[in-house]
Design a protein around this ligand. Structure first.
Ligand SMILES: C[S@@+](CC[C@H](N)C(=O)[O-])C[C@H]1O[C@@H](n2cnc3c(N)ncnc32)[C@H](O)[C@@H]1O
Length: 258
């Protein structure tokens, strides 16, 4: 059965985006949530345009890091429009179950439409939950994935600890997130794209009022780089923490074992 809980996020005008990346805690989280509520309907299209179609390939590779389990249970945190949950579900076997959780009702509703449209509603449950307070019992899931969510949470160390708590011992956490390009020339090009071209397209072409075009690069710039994220995962108690860079480190997949 698929369930989306009642919305707890009100739809309001987005807060000034340039400030969002410098906030922390609940104020930041609320501003980020208002932004996702505003863009939910065009999120997939935006994602495809802004990543030149690469995001789906990145997600496929991330899903390939999930160990197949017969009758397995997996959780995709910050699942949004559920791409990663749909890619992970076949790896949990014919009787497997996946929970696609997200704090944002509007994003989750888009995910639910996609899951139902692909006939996977019997295997994937969409559930509104915060990454920092997942609400599942200890040691519940064989695997946890997350795609482009950790950058947005109000308290990253808490989210990572909470994810570890709900995983079974030996389970694998796969985190797909923007990171730091490894080549100087790529960093320069990427910075120009992020801080010059993207905001220009946002204001002049898309006439965007959600702030996503400013928030996206700012949130990427302030997110821990590859090594720092490894440290955060180890501090939370994860072992065998490793990462793989994709597209020159524009994104990285971190894999960690409970
Ligand atoms: C950039 S979208 C990524 C969606 C999807 N995973 C993907 O890869 O396309 C980030 C998602 O994380 C969710 N999110 C942000 N903060 C969250 C939190 N504290 N707890 C749960 N979800 C959160 C947002 O609502 C949004 O749906």
């Amino acid at each position: 059965m698929v369930q989306v809980e009642e919305p707890s996020v009100r739809q309001e005008a987005p807060a000034p985006p340039q400030a969002v990346s410098t906030w922390s805690g609940p104020a930041r989280e609320q501003a980020v949530q208002r932004m996702f509520t505003a863009i939910a309907g065009v999120y997939d299209l935006n994602n495809t345009l802004l990543s030149f179609g690469l995001h789906y390939r990145w997600k496929k590779i991330a899903a390939s890091f999930v160990t197949p389990v017969d009758q397995g249970t997996a959780l995709d945190v910050g699942s949004g429009t559920a791409d990663l949950a749909l890619l992970v579900e076949p790896r949990m076997g014919a009787q497997g179950r996946v929970v696609a959780s997200d704090l944002n009702y509007a994003m989750l509703a888009e995910g639910l439409k996609k899951v139902a449209g692909k006939g996977r509603a019997n295997a994937i449950t969409c559930l509104q939950a915060s990454a920092e307070h997942l609400g599942f019992a200890d040691n519940t899931f064989d695997a946890v994935t997350t795609g482009f969510c950790m950058r947005n949470v109000g308290n990253l160390p808490q989210a990572v600890s909470e994810i570890r708590r709900v995983m079974k011992p030996g389970g694998r956490f796969v985190c797909l997130e923007f990171s730091r390009p490894v080549f100087g020339w790529l960093r320069a090009l990427y910075d120009w794209y992020s801080f010059t071209l993207l905001p220009w397209v946002g204001t002049k072409v898309a006439r965007d009022r959600t702030g996503v075009y400013e928030y996206l690069p700012a949130s990427i710039r302030t997110f821990p780089d590859q090594e720092r994220l490894c440290q955060i995962l180890r501090t939370a108690g994860f072992q065998h923490v490793e990462y793989r860079n994709l597209t020159g480190g524009i994104v990285a997949i971190h894999v960690a074992i409970k």
